[in-house]
Design a protein around this ligand. Sequence first.
Ligand code: CDP
Length: 214
Amino acid sequence: MRVIAIDGPAGAGKSTVAREVARATGLQYLDTGAMYRCVALSVLRQHIDPFNEEAVGHVARSVSIDVQGVRAFLDGVDVSAEIRTPEISNTVSIIAAHTPVRDAMRMQQRQWIETNGGGVVEGRDIGTVVFPDAVLKVFLWASPEVRATRRVDQTGDDFDEVVRNITERDRIDSTRSDSPLRPADDAVSLNSSSIAVGDVVATIVQHFQERDGR
Ligand code: CDP
């Protein structure tokens, strides 16, 4: 499958880079973080305890999630703005640590790739677990200061709150037992603090073209 996996922590610039790479390669783009955010939104709306693995797993299996580019639909309704609130950011890593949730999301991600004949997929476990045979795996990271500043510029949220949130999500995402955040052994590692976005995109496109064989 023609998959480019782009993994990394919050605020490393994955979405911007993934969208640009999709445009340059003609592949479709999938933001898997938006899928986990949709599950978190449904859990909060139903007043379910995010730590209740069984109940949250049931939600993940029963909701309909459709992520199209930058838009996300939960049970057919556009929730693109609702899934970006600080409340969701503070809950999403808790629900994403549950194996039943991850199983449900991974199944949908693999179906999405089958349907689209490949794609640029961004997340935390794409190169390590979801598509270990991806043509190209990228681990995109940046210093915590750069990541927090970037997120504040995007959302207008309070700086200290953003630092707390991304530090806590980094901790939960990288220490969970099911598919923790880490670079795949064969990933190309790029630091977006020191390389301009355009250069990150160009590097990824070049690596892909060399390996794609088309
Ligand atoms: O955009 P941002 O970097 O803030 O995060 P996101 O990509 O929207 O992902 C939100 C959260 O979903 C992450 O902090 C992870 O807890 C979870 N996630 C995951 O566990 N696995 C993925 N493939 C993607 C996201």
